[in-house]
Design a binder for this molecule. Structure first.
Ligand code: GLU
Length: 332
C-alpha cells in the first residue's frame, strides 16, 4: 500500500513537508522534480491554432513559478520565458473594472459558471446579452468596455500594461503586437459576440475600440515568474506584498478568487476544482494562474491544451504540487 503523506498538516507558509518517506526541504526541489517527471510526457495536448500566431508555440516548453506571500520566488524550466497570457488577462481586467464601477459591474455581467465553451454565443441569446461571468470571452469583453469608458483605447491598453507591470514589479512585460494583430485578423467570433452584446445595449463603446483593447490585453506577454508575482495580491488579502500596496479590499479578493474557482477554466472549471482545488485562471497560450489563499501565487505554462482549452500539463503539474504541499483549499 502506498504510504500517505505523513505527519501533521504542513505549516501554511513554510514549504517543508514530509511525504511518502521523502523530506522535501524546499519548494525549489519539488518544482524541479515535477519538471523532471513531466519532461518525458508524450501527450501534451494541442497548441491553440485558431489564433495563427499562437500555433507557432513550441509544445515542449514547460515552466512553473511560485511566489510566496513572504516574498520568496521559486521557479523551474522555462519559467523566465515570456508567453502570451491570453485569458489570464481577464483577471486583471476584472480587477480594474471593479475598481471603476464596483458592484454595478454585476448588472452587466453574471457570476455563474457557464458550462459552455469560452467563445460560445448560444447562452447570450437566452440571457439577453448579459454574459454568464467575466471569464468567458463575452464577459471579458464587457469588463474591457467598462475599463475603456471615458478613455481612448491606447490609454486604456497602456493603463492595463502599467497595472500588470506594477503588480509584478517588472517593466519588461510587454504586449506582443504580432499576437494582437493575428487575433485582430481572425477573431471573428469575438466580433460576433461584441456586436451581439452591443445590439442588447450591453456594450457602450464602439465595437472596434473595445475589441482593439481586448485583443491587446490578451496579447500581454510575461513569464511564469512575473505572472506568479502579479497574482500575489490575490493570495495576500488584496495587498501586493512586493510593494506593500493594497490593490483591492479583502472582500473583493474573496470574490475574484471565488469566480476563478467556479469559472476560471470554462467548461473545465468543475474538473479543475475537482483535481487541483484552487482558484485558477487559464489562457489559450497554455498558462494557468492559481492562488493558494494566504500562502502563494503559482503560474505554470505548457502550451498544449486539453479539449476545454486549458493547459494539459499545466493542470497535471498543479495537481502534483498541490497534493504534495497540502494546498487544496478543500482540505490538505
Ligand atoms: N484571446 C483569446 C480569445 O478571445 C482568449 C481565449 C482564452 O485564452 O481562453 O479567443
Amino acid at each position: 500500500m502506498q504510504p500517505v503523506c505523513s505527519g501533521q498538516k504542513p505549516p501554511r507558509t513554510m514549504p517543508q513537508i514530509t511525504c511518502q518517506g521523502t523530506t522535501v526541504n524546499d519548494l525549489q526541489k519539488l518544482l524541479d522534480e515535477i519538471n523532471q517527471n513531466l519532461s518525458e510526457t508524450e501527450d501534451r495536448g494541442r497548441v491553440a491554432d485558431y489564433i495563427p500566431e499562437l500555433a507557432k508555440q513550441d509544445s515542449r516548453k514547460f515552466g512553473m513559478a511560485i511566489a510566496t506571500v513572504g516574498g520568496q520566488t521559486f521557479a523551474t524550466g522555462d519559467a523566465d520565458e515570456a508567453f502570451s497570457i491570453q485569458s489570464i488577462s481577464k483577471v486583471f481586467a476584472l480587477t480594474m473594472a471593479l475598481g471603476r464601477v464596483g458592484d454595478a459591474l454585476w448588472k452587466r455581467v453574471g457570476r455563474e459558471p457557464s458550462g459552455t465553451a469560452f467563445n460560445s454565443i448560444v447562452q447570450l441569446e437566452y440571457e439577453k446579452g448579459i454574459p454568464r461571468n467575466p471569464f468567458i470571452n463575452a464577459g471579458a469583453i464587457v469588463t474591457t468596455d467598462i475599463v475603456l469608458a471615458g478613455h481612448k483605447p491606447k490609454e486604456t491598453i497602456g493603463e492595463m500594461l502599467r497595472f500588470v507591470r506594477s503588480l509584478a514589479d517588472d517593466d519588461a512585460i510587454f504586449i506582443d503586437e504580432d499576437v494582437a494583430r493575428s487575433e485582430t485578423e481572425t477573431g471573428f467570433r469575438n466580433v460576433a459576440l461584441a456586436n451581439y452584446m452591443r445590439a442588447f445595449g450591453n456594450l457602450r463603446n464602439p465595437v472596434d475600440q473595445v475589441l482593439g483593447v481586448y485583443f491587446h490585453q490578451c496579447a500581454i506577454a510575461m513569464s511564469c515568474v512575473d505572472l506568479a508575482r502579479a497574482g500575489l495580491f490575490l493570495a495576500n488579502k488584496g495587498v501586493n506584498p512586493l510593494a506593500g500596496v493594497r490593490i483591492v479590499p479583502l472582500r473583493r479578493v474573496r470574490r475574484i478568487n471565488a469566480i476563478m474557482m467556479t469559472c476560471g477554466h470554462y467548461d473545465g472549471s468543475g474538473e479543475f476544482a475537482f483535481s487541483v482545488g484552487l482558484p485558477g485562471k487559464s489562457g489559450v497560450g497554455g498558462g494557468i494562474l492559481a492562488i493558494v489563499p494566504d500562502v502563494a501565487s503559482i503560474a505554470v505554462w505548457s502550451p498544449g491544451l486539453d479539449e476545454n482549452g486549458n493547459s494539459k500539463l499545466g493542470t497535471v503539474a498543479l495537481e502534483k504540487l498541490v497534493t504534495k504541499m497540502g494546498w487544496n483549499v478543500f482540505g490538505a
